[in-house]
Design a binder for this molecule. Structure first.
Ligand code: OXD
Length: 307
């Protein structure tokens, strides 16, 4: 068996990996033991120095939903590969938060909470999901799960991705032209994109100006997708009527940041999903078996595309 270095949430991962593969040779960072033995590292963010200290390292196992933290490291070290976890529970959890963040705005729950504080019975106009268009940016596993979740609630759902994707029952668009065509219809814009050189800063002032007036913005991708100053400006003019943000350009979101106190912004502290080690340890073990056997690995990241 190959040797795996655990470099993330050891209290959860160690028992999960032991249960899935009792014979697996495990190391727990920072105790590397004989560094030359280590073939793979299971990690979220990782220091370049650690990778460079492991002469026989071949594989980075990414535990997070996004792999942008690892891609540059691997581009500079072409002998390394990245495998990612593939788990519908993770995509489902991100979808759930995107839907929850949207619905609280869509059904005026903050306003009703304020009214409840005052014992006020004052019905607001009811918005109808049929006829409301949700645009999902990114049609990977998470984007598809999110599109399906909104679709199940009766919204009109359209999806956008860099390259053409066809998804049963969802209208899909691709490339810059597809995005330009779609934005004027996006009453709700949900970002589930991977962070790459192409998608960094994609939600900028020009994009926000292309949305229908009063649109709602959801970001469960990465903070760097969104120009936060442009969002604040668009909120102040009413071009955007609200936002739900789980990710930020700086995390934790600095105390005193204007987003904290904007009344139309709802914030969660990067909690869209957490990989459950016990669920996914068997797929990690299978990939380590393949690594040892020289067989093709599953769920590899393309370092050129960045996801
Ligand atoms: C992520 C995660 O990649 O939280 O953002 O898993």
């Amino acid at each position: 068996m190959v040797s795996l270095l655990l470099n993330h949430d050891v209290p959860q991962w160690l028992p999960a990996m032991r249960a899935a593969a009792p014979d697996l040779a495990l190391r727990v960072a920072p105790d590397l033991g004989n560094r030359a033995d280590i073939d793979a590292i299971l990690t979220w963010k990782v220091d370049a120095e650690l990778l460079d200290a492991l002469p026989n390292l071949q594989l980075l196992y990414a535990v997070g939903a996004g792999v942008d933290y690892l891609v540059d490291l691997v581009r500079q070290r072409p002998h390394l590969r990245i495998a990612r976890i593939a788990d519908d529970a993770v995509s489902g959890d991100v979808a759930t938060l995107a839907v929850a963040g949207t619905l609280q705005w869509f059904r005026d729950l903050p306003q009703y909470a304020r009214q409840q504080d005052q014992h006020q019975w004052e019905p607001l106009p009811v918005r109808c999901s049929a006829g409301t268009t949700i645009v999902i940016l990114g049609l990977g596993r998470i984007g598809c799960a999110t599109a399906r979740a909104f679709q199940a609630l009766g919204f009109e759902v359209c999806g956008w991705s860099r390259t053409c994707r066809s998804i049963d029952g969802i209208r899909t668009f691709a490339g810059p032209e597809g995005l330009r065509a779609l934005l004027p219809h996006a009453q709700v814009l949900v970002c589930t994109l991977p962070l790459t050189d192409q998608t960094s800063g994609i939600i900028d002032a020009a994009l926000l100006a292309s949305l229908p007036r009063g649109a709602f913005v959801v970001n469960v991708g990465r903070g760097a997708h969104l120009d936060e100053s442009a969002l604040l400006a668009a909120l102040d003019t009413g071009q955007v009527s609200g936002a739900f943000l789980d990710v930020f350009s700086t995390e934790p979101l600095p105390a005193g940041h204007a987003l904290w106190r904007h009344p139309a912004v709802r914030i969660t502290p990067h909690v869209a999903s957490r990989t459950q080690p016990a669920r996914v340890a068997p797929q990690v073990v299978e990939n380590l078996r393949r690594l040892r056997a020289g067989e093709p690995l599953l769920n590899l990241v393309d370092p050129v595309a960045g996801y």
